[in-house]
Design a protein around this ligand. Structure first.
Ligand SMILES: Nc1ncnc2c1ncn2[C@@H]1O[C@H](COP(=O)(O)OP(=O)(O)OP(=O)(O)O)[C@@H](O)[C@H]1O
Length: 985
């Protein structure tokens, strides 16, 4: 069977929080107190007139002129006539009837109302009968005893209430003042108008008809338990019937007296029915809430369990009363507002609210919060909800979704969600009839806040809290489905059958309630039989409330208008049934509600508050522990890192030290090798030879004295003087330079510290000598460069001259051109000579056994070729640097060569190749491009890497090109000099 999908219109959810409620008992206009929850049923009528209007034209109020008819209710016109005054009804026999605690305003209004009443204009009495003279049958049966103190009236609060029947304010008066009432939930701020009617103390007779003898006996039985009976409020609300007219037969049979909480029926089986509250057709939801539920809600907040449920025939206004409308919020939204007001007003306690929402549809329980919106009946299947019983929790549904809420808006949203999921359907009497019993349960957990431990924020300060016990109470707000006649529609019939059965069971249980219990504490009827709570889910669920564990407020809704002409007789029967049900409930339900005990610990009954609190504490300690361990870890990590860093630094330092040591050793080796080469082998040091050879050139004049000193520092023996180069011998200037050696030597010696005891040069002296030598080479190479530039420039001018020449200059130009050509040719020859020299040296290195004669021969051939011009002679003297069999220059051998003699020939060959190539490229650049590209040359050199022998001079000079070339040329010259005829090697 497919169930109808919820068809109630979904109103917009509230967009903002409800307005703050006053925290004191100041009266505020009701408008400002209750923000209408948006999701509630849209009012289908506006028949409830303003109270002021009601006062002035009370007799016409129920007619609700100009208002819409409720849907599903036949429209008839009916004029309500006010025909009798309050005095026409019997007054309570005792003069000590309850008097509601009231404000001066209410008292003032009492006076005025009474005055109006005496004038016959009072609206408090409304009769639909035209038999106004007839005395109500129930008049003699209305007994009013002394006030019964109860939890749901002010006496229960310990307030002194003076009771005097004559001063009892009518409900009409209440309605007059209901508008400016405050929505405050403060106990002391509760106005007389909102108090229940129980304070009159006529509990025994409330809801009892004059002729119901059994109820009288029950009344006697319950007289001993007046107090507990005061914990049950039974109210009857009469639904307005906008379309009623006075042409109905039943019109004259009903009388509703709101002031005396009386409903009288003059027809068959009629009687007077007194209740705690009787709300007239013009009483609005706020008044109903104030009188029937407000105090109970407050008690729930204090720790009592409370149950409010609406009972009545279909279409009589149960949902309207419980949910209300946008403009007239019902019991549920007003209760929610009060709950949060109470929390605001109770700073010394902390609260936790959780809400669940279920429905009993066709005897099955559905979780309305777990149902996806729009899922309806055909939606995803829910887990079956079962009812369980617990000695502490009583009967409860499980598994049920509970949502923790923190604001009225949030709570209203949750309930709205449940409303949309609830089953409704159209019936004969109600276009949107609730097809299920709906139960909203709000669980309130609270605990005292005492400075001492824990933490809360108050005025921005952290205040300690004592972890006291948690009190858990529940507020059940139940909108029952309406009893109804069998419908034609099969589905409606099935639903109706379930509804009626469960309501019947409820009636039966209530009728059998006796307050008796067996030895196990199970409720029993007066005959000692068990109550049939298990006969329906509804009674099972209501068992804790009905068996006295909860404060109870029952709102029974009726419709007495003759507007429902077609079913008026049916209505009367249903209405009477409802009235009887209400009377039984009032008489039979005995509530011994007590404040829930405060539970300490984290058990099931301790509530979430305690569990959350302890969870928070354990989480906090966990967090602290984690933070501590994290800090420790971090500290350890930092220590480890610092240690690592230290180790790395040490390692780096060690490496650096090793590298430095190696470098020093390496340098020492180089220097010592140079020195030892010069000293120990008795051969001429390369550097010394450089100086000597450079002195042999035509630029030797620029040779410095320091250069000579370098020779001395390198340990050049006096024997060197015995082997001057041919050029130096031929050149007196160079010879004189050589003669200066001893002088410098002496100077160095005199300076002290330049020589070791064994006569070897110190490191400093050697470095100085090397630097000086380097400078010499730099100078030499720059001279060469200048010459090349000059040659280039003249070549340029020759070309330009060729373009600009006049016919007469031809001969001269051609001559110059020839000269330049010759120069270029010379340079090219030089290059060729250098190449062949290098090649020869290579051969010599490869064939150590080759005789010096062969070399000499080769040398003489080369020398012959290179003597063609000045330039060539210069270059030949410096370019042939062959040291095949003689001592090798350290510059032409890398340190590695020195360390590994086996690899030396190969490396040397490579070096020479590179040198020749470099030189070739250099000259080629200068000649062909016509520009001296110092940078590009240097780049080329650096790209290819300097020959090992040149590296030191290159880096130490700071100028790559000059020293590199200088060194190169010097090296070549040095080697060349070795093949001079006078050279002993
Ligand atoms: N006191 C009232 N004032 C104005 N309109 C009312 C009042 N009571 C009921 N109505 C209107 O009567 C119609 C039926 O009311 P409601 O749905 O509350 O009845 P019900 O008892 O919940 O019915 P059911 O048992 O079928 O769900 C709605 O349109 C509602 O607005």
């Amino acid at each position: 069977m497919s169930l109808p999908v919820a068809s109630r219109p979904i109103a917009d959810p509230p967009t903002g929080a409800l307005p703050p409620l006053p925290t004191t008992a100041n009266k505020q206009p009701r408008k400002s107190l209750s923000q209408p929850p948006s999701r509630l049923k849209t009012p289908s009528r506006t028949s409830i007139l303003p109270v002021s209007q009601a006062l002035s034209s009370a007799p016409d109020l129920p007619s609700s002129k100009g208002t819409e008819r409720p849907s599903g209710i036949p429209s008839t016109t009916k004029t309500v006539r006010k025909t009798i005054s309050i005095g026409s009804f019997p007054q309570p026999p005792t003069p000590t009837s309850g008097f509601r605690p009231g404000t001066s305003a209410s008292l003032a209004s009492t006076t005025s109302t009474r005055k109006r009443t005496s004038d016959g204009n009072a609206s408090g009495i409304l009769t639909l009968s035209n038999k106004t003279k007839k005395s109500p049958r129930a008049s003699g049966g209305s007994f009013r005893g002394s006030q019964t103190p109860s939890l749901l009236n002010s006496a229960g609060d310990g307030m002194t209430v003076s009771a005097r029947a004559g001063n009892r304010i009518s409900d009409a008066q209440s309605s007059i003042h209901s508008l400016p009432q405050s929505r405050s939930s403060s106990a002391n701020g509760s106005y007389s108008t909102t108090a229940t009617t129980i304070e009159d103390g006529d509990d025994d007779n409330r809801g009892r008809t004059k002729d119901s003898d059994d109820m009288i006996s029950e009344s006697k039985r319950n007289s001993k338990g007046k107090e507990s009976k005061g914990n049950v409020i039974v109210s009857v609300r009469v639904r307005p019937d906008a379309g009623t007219t006075n042409n109905s037969q039943s019109e004259g049979e009903w009388m509703v007296d709101g002031r005396r909480s009386l409903v009288a029926y003059r027809g068959k089986e009629g009687g007077d029915y007194h209740y705690d509250n009787v709300f007239n057709t013009y009483d609005d939801n706020a008044k109903v809430y104030d009188a029937a539920a407000k105090r109970l809600v407050r008690r729930v907040m204090e720790g009592y369990h409370g149950t409010v449920f609406a009972y009545g025939m279909t279409g009589t206004g149960k949902t309207f009363s419980m949910q209300g409308t946008m403009s007239s919020p019902g019991v549920i939204p007003l209760a929610i507002t009060d709950i949060f007001s109470y929390i605001r007003e109770t700073p010394h306690r902390e609260f936790l609210l959780r809400v669940s929402y279920l429905e009993i549809y066709n005897e099955k329980i559905h979780d309305l919060l777990a149902t996806p919106v729009g899922g309806g009946i055909g939606g995803p299947q829910q887990e079956e909800i079962k009812l369980r019983e617990d000695s502490k929790r009583g009967v409860y549904a499980t598994p049920l979704k509970e949502e923790i809420v923190q604001s009225p808006t949030q709570l209203l949203r949750v309930i709205h969600r449940g409303d949309t999921a609830r089953r409704t359907g159209s019936t004969q009497y109600n276009a949107r009839s609730s097809r299920s019993h709906a139960v909203v349960q709000i669980v309130v957990e609270s605990r005292e806040r005492v400075p001492g431990s824990g933490a809360m924020h108050e005025n921005g300060k952290r205040v300690a809290m004592l972890p006291g016990g948690v009190r858990v109470s529940t507020l059940s707000l139940i909108d029952l489905a309406g009893s109804e006649r069998a419908a034609e529609d099969k589905e409606r019939r099935t639903e109706g059958a379930h509804i009626n059965k469960s309501l019947l069971t409820l009636g039966t249980v209530i009728a059998k309630l006796s307050g008796n219990k067996d030895k196990n504490g199970n409720p029993m009827d007066k005959d000692g039989k068990h109550l049939p709570y298990r006969d329906s889910k509804l009674t099972r669920l209501l068992q804790p409330a009905l068996s006295g564990g909860s404060l109870v407020s029952i709102l029974c809704t009726i419709q007495i208008g003759a507007g429902l002409t077609a079913a008026s007789s049916n209505n009367t029967g249903e209405t009477l049934n409802t009235l009887k049900f209400a009377a039984r409930a009032k008489n039979n339900i005995v509530s011994h509600a007590k404040k829930a005990a405060e539970e300490v610990g984290t058990g099931v009954n301790a509530g979430l508050l305690e569990r959350y609190r302890s969870e928070i504490q354990s989480l906090r300690s966990q967090l602290e522990g984690q933070q501590r361990s994290a800090a420790e870890k971090e500290e350890k990590q930092m220590e480890k890192e610092a240690e690592q860093r230290h180790e790395e630094q040490m390692l780096e330092m060690q490496l650096a030290r090793t590298a430095l040591k190696e470098r020093i050793e390496h340098l020492n080796r180089l220097i010592l090798c140079s020195k030892s080469t010069g000293v120990n082998s008795g051969t001429v040091s390369a550097l010394g030879m450089h100086s000597r050879l450079s002195a042999g050139t035509d630029i030797a004049g620029s040779r410095s004295v320091r250069s000579s000193a370098s020779q001395s520092t390198l340990g050049v023996t006096p024997g060197l003087k015995r082997y001057p180069s041919a050029a130096s011998l031929a050149n007196p200037q160079s010879a004189s330079t050589h003669l200066s050696f001893p002088v410098i030597h002496d100077e160095d010696e005199e300076a002290g510290g330049d020589y070791f005891g064994d006569g070897r040069a110190t490191l400093q002296a050697q470095v100085r000598a090397l630097q000086a030598d380097l400078q010499d080479k730099t100078r030499y190479i720059s001279t060469l460069e200048k010459r090349l530039l000059q040659a280039r420039r003249s070549s340029h001018s020759r070309v330009s001259m060729a373009f600009n020449k006049t016919p007469g200059e031809d001969g001269e130009f051609i001559k110059k051109l020839d000269e330049k050509d010759a120069m270029i040719a010379d340079l090219q020859k030089t290059v060729a000579a250098l190449r062949s020299a290098v090649r020869k040296r290579d051969i010599a290195e490869l064939s150590p056994e080759m005789s010096s004669n062969e070399f000499k021969q080769n040398r003489s051939q080369d020398g012959h070729q290179s003597n063609d011009s000045n330039t060539s002679s210069q270059l030949s003297s410096l370019g042939i640097s062959q040291a095949s069999s003689g001592p090798r220059s350290p510059l032409s051998a890398s340190p590695m060569t020195l360390l590994s003699p086996q690899k030396a020939p190969e490396k040397k060959r490579k070096t020479v190749d590179e040198m020749s190539k470099m030189l070739d490229e250099m000259i080629q650049d200068k000649v062909e491009s016509g520009q001296y590209t110092k940078r590009s040359t240097s780049f080329r050199i650096s790209q290819r890497g300097p020959p090992p022998g040149l590296s030191r001079s290159t880096s130490s000079a700071g100028n790559v090109t000059g020293p590199a070339m200088g060194t190169l040329v010097a090296s070549l010259r040095e080697r060349d000099s070795m093949f001079e005829p006078g050279n002993p090697s």
